[in-house]
Design a protein around this ligand. Structure first.
Ligand code: SAM
Length: 196
């Protein structure tokens, strides 16, 4: 099972009609669409991306599924935009790295990612889940993953529940890493098939 599929499985277990979701890296819109499907018809999804093309792809998917009215899309960096949000969410999602299918020139950076992660606690409901997927194959990816790991360790020392999922990888392929965290107790499905 791919980590992206596993995140969707966790969202299926966690989200209900009427819930609020923040997708901090909208990309091609797969996570935003999944969240909108799970919280419809009364919930809301806020999605952010720094690239216009990403928000356009996301908008198209939502429109096709007739779920665009549930979603607010914001163009800009999560490092800055999260500071301006003043509501709480049942799930906050980060799927780091670059936009699949793009020229890979725009990638998430440790500085902006950490700035956004530091805003997340105040945006997360007491029972909410924070999902962060980090990729390590591209330049800068391992450094970003290390910083996320450190951030998660700190949250654990503050009493958060944190699960780290690290699928098996080969010597020439570093698998992506996933952290799922909550201020309260975590109840997530097991990641049974650890190969990707
Ligand atoms: C791996 S993709 C996300 C995939 C997406 N969640 C999906 O379901 O298709 C990572 C996205 O992060 C975006 N990104 C990079 N830096 C960003 C930033 N500072 N703020 C917001 N988005 C950013 C990229 O433009 C890219 O679209």
């Amino acid at each position: 099972m791919r980590l992206t599929e596993y995140v969707h499985l966790c969202l299926e277990k966690h989200l209900n009609n009427g819930d609020y979701v923040l997708d901090a890296t909208a990309g091609n819109g797969y996570d935003t669409l999944k969240a909108a499907q799970l919280v419809q018809p009364d919930g809301r999804v806020t999605a952010i991306d720094i690239q216009k093309d990403a928000l356009q792809a996301t908008e198209e998917k939502l429109t096709q599924a007739k779920l665009n009215t549930l979603c607010e899309l914001h163009l800009g960096s999560h490092g800055e935009l999260l500071e301006r949000l003043n509501q709480t969410f049942d799930a906050v999602l980060f799927n780091l790295g670059y936009l699949p299918g793009s020229d890979k020139m725009v990638i998430t950076t440790p500085k902006e990612t950490l700035s956004a992660l530091n805003q997340s606690p105040k945006l997360l409901k007491a029972t909410g889940i924070l999902c962060v997927t980090a990729y390590r194959q591209h330049p800068g990816g391992q450094e970003e993953a290390d910083q996320v790991a450190e951030w998660m360790r700190e949250k654990q020392t503050q009493g958060w529940s944190v699960e780290k999922i690290e699928p098996n990888h080969t010597s020439d392929y570093l698998s992506p890493l996933l952290w799922i965290a909550s201020k309260g107790t975590l109840s997530i499905p097991s990641f049974a098939n650890r190969d990707i």
